[in-house]
Design a protein around this ligand. Structure first.
Ligand code: C5P
Length: 409
């Protein structure tokens, strides 16, 4: 993950059963390219051993401010002067209460207080029982920690280790990694609302059968995630895919082109940017059968009359908000040849400021691709890379073009 690559992260564990998730979190941060130094409170060592965390982080774990390994005996200073970020996960109710008061009676709280606030942000991933989370004291502490400049992440909802169910679970490790990536990503789309359509559509033939296509939705999901990382408020209108909803993104699942059209039209009204990556079926059957079409030995092969689906992108790009030039529309052109020319033609015919060309069959279902960006200014090529990296480059391009576009709106 680009924004985490090469970053030095102090991963702090305070006491709580969610410590077991910190092992996976450590592994994911390292997989994303970070260097992880683990620091544990005494309470955390009751839940998971430093041996586990050392093996996963490949660094010896610090658990005491009296650790003689630091030649100057100032581990709290040394560790934070080298760090790009301190992440406390899990952050217990007690640990947050301590931080709030600037108490520093163990190594982890000491280094949170001693870190240079400007260059080393503090991210807290709370984890506790739902009653503890809802308690006014905890909520007050969370609000004040925000005020003091910490990033206090939300909590998950669901079953808790104590057997109760509600708010207070620590976020899943992958969600915390996304939040950390967001802290490191420049907020080039802050204050903007981005709408993304993604995946295939499914056009019913009868209640059990239908026609669809091979779009995986990966590019659209990667774009929604990249827009969120850049500070945007993101809505993803998705056709049927098996992908997890990206962190921070509001997702609306739809099936048919007509459903997608209605959802996109309604959200486009409040958006600044619309990125249409969905592979919308060009046709649907005029009249889907109400009951399952039966096959018997002698039944005739069913025939269907098809009608064209609306072109969602063209209709939104020609809609009132876009006509007032306040909606920056981006289309994707999946071509099989002459990508540059076809993409330019499609850009003009759909009336959108930016059209992204790619070779359709060379990307369906894959994790990487290469793209050609065609706008008023000219053409630029994004060489083959993962869809995640391409999404970040494309979002950067959109963020750069947006102010000039909106000025003329
Ligand atoms: O015309 P074509 O399908 O090649 O255009 C592709 C672009 O138009 C994509 O951005 C796609 O999401 C969008 N599109 C749409 N509604 C359709 C067909 C395409 O929004 N019915």
């Amino acid at each position: 993950m680009k924004s985490i690559l090469g970053k030095k992260i102090v991963l702090g564990l305070s006491g709580g059963i969610a410590c077991y998730k910190a092992a996976e979190l450590c592994r994911l941060l390292i997989k994303a390219g970070a260097e992880v130094q683990v620091v544990m409170t005494e309470a955390a060592t009751q839940f998971i051993t430093p041996v586990t965390m050392q093996a996963l982080s490949n660094q010896t774990v610090f658990a005491s401010q009296w650790d003689a390994r630091a030649p100057n005996n100032m581990a709290h200073i040394n560790l934070t002067r080298q760090a790009d970020l301190v992440l406390v996960a899990p952050a217990s109710a007690d640990f947050m209460a301590k931080l709030l008061h600037g108490q520093a009676d163990d190594l982890l709280s000491l280094l949170c207080l001693a870190r240079p606030m400007e260059s080393c942000p503090l991210v807290l991933a709370p984890a506790m029982n739902r009653e503890m989370w809802q308690h006014p004291a905890t909520q007050r502490n969370v609000a004040q920690l925000h005020e003091d400049g910490s990033w206090v992440l939300g909590v998950g909802v669901g079953e808790q280790a104590c057997g109760e169910s509600g708010d207070g679970r620590m976020l899943e490790p992958w969600e915390i990694v996304q939040e950390v990536a967001r802290v490191f990503t420049p907020k080039t789309l802050l204050g903007h609302r981005v709408l993304v359509s993604a995946g295939p559509t499914f056009e019913a033939l009868d209640p059990v059968r239908g026609i669809t296509n091979r779009s995986s939705g990966k590019m659209g999901y990667a774009l929604a995630s990249a827009a969120w990382l850049s500070g945007a408020d993101v809505t993803l209108v998705s056709g049927p895919v098996g992908l997890e909803c990206p962190r921070g993104v509001k997702r609306v699942m739809v099936e048919s082109a007509l459903e997608m059209h209605a959802a996109v039209e309604s959200f486009a009204k409040q958006s600044d940017v619309f990125i249409a990556t969905a592979a919308v079926a060009d046709w649907r059957v005029k009249q889907a059968a109400v009951n399952k079409i039966k096959k018997t030995k002698d039944s005739p092969t069913p025939g269907f009359e098809f009608i064209q689906n609306p072109d969602i992108l063209a209709s939104v790009a020609g809609g009132p908000r876009a006509q007032a030039r306040a909606l920056y529309c981006v289309g994707f052109a999946a071509e099989t040849q002459d990508v540059a020319q076809q993409t330019q033609e499609k850009r003009l015919s759909k009336g959108v400021p930016l059209m992204v060309g790619n070779l359709g069959p060379a990307t369906f279902g894959l994790d990487d691709n290469e793209l050609l960006l065609v706008d008023e200014v000219g053409t630029s090529h994004l060489p083959r890379a993962s869809k995640e990296e391409l999404a970040q480059s494309l979002i950067a391009h959109i963020a750069k073009s947006l102010p000039a576009f909106l000025r003329t709106a």
